[in-house]
Design a protein around this ligand. Sequence first.
Ligand code: MG
Length: 325
Amino acid sequence: MSFSEFDLIEKYSLPLTGGQPGAFDLKDDAALITSQEGFIVTTDMLIEGVHFLSDANPSLIAKKALRANLSDLAAMGSKPVAYTLAVAIPKKHMKDESWIKAFSDSLAEENASFGVYTLGGDTTSTDGLLTISITAFGVPVNGHILKRSEAYVGDSIFVSGSIGDAFLGLQNMNGSIDVSDNDRKFIESRYWMPTPRTELGQELAAFATSAIDISDGLLAEMNHVCKASSVGAVIQYHALPLSSSAKNILKKYPGLYKAFFSAGDDFELLFTVKAEDVSRCAELSQAYNIQLTKIGEVNSGVDLIVYDDDTRQVEFGEMGYDHFK
Ligand SMILES: [Mg+2]
């Protein structure tokens, strides 16, 4: 390493604490955070080659790593507060400061945008792959916590934002599709900079029956909700909300639509609400300028079924990305 660990902490990590007293200026062995209502805690790890392409832009990697964690906190209906960060950095990135500077500057921007700070963490250099693990802490809002296990028969199933953009972004980076410059910019930013639905999640905590964020694919996530809540569900095949870029791209590659159901990385919220609360979704959609779309309903069955129309079932082999395969 051509700069010391001390330099790294003083110059790059310390500013990320935002001077919060519980970080103890990163001079102690651990940090302190307090909350009357307890903490919602989540950990998400990103590994080069698995979650992002090798030699990806450090500024984008930092954003994606933090946002994936903030999305988990949003899915629990909590307000994000702080996080710890553990990074194993390949030695090639430690030869000069440019990689670490870009990574840290990007986190500083994210901290300001999302109102969070760094509590501390650990950095090591490695001969192996770049690995980033963030543990994020959020507080429940008004004592409500959104879980996967409380979807009820008759609930409507909603998703926020648009589905499939991150998948298209990845397809484009892999060279599998050819798209216009405008569409490329949009889908790549959706892949690298998903929008954690932080405010929406906190609002939903007041009335949604269940919620989950879509990191591994819509069907996989809905399946988790069905299993946890011991219910079935029907999703309408043509109901997915699409961005205008996705619509443009599907005109050229219509066959890609089906993959939107199992593609990951959108980090939108998938949630269920009681019939009498459906109108509250329209109000929230207006208030926060976020598209909220009903895509199906919870039923008393045991399966998750996707219907093309009222009678024709769409078959899916694999329901999402399984990290253990
Ligand atoms: Mg999640």
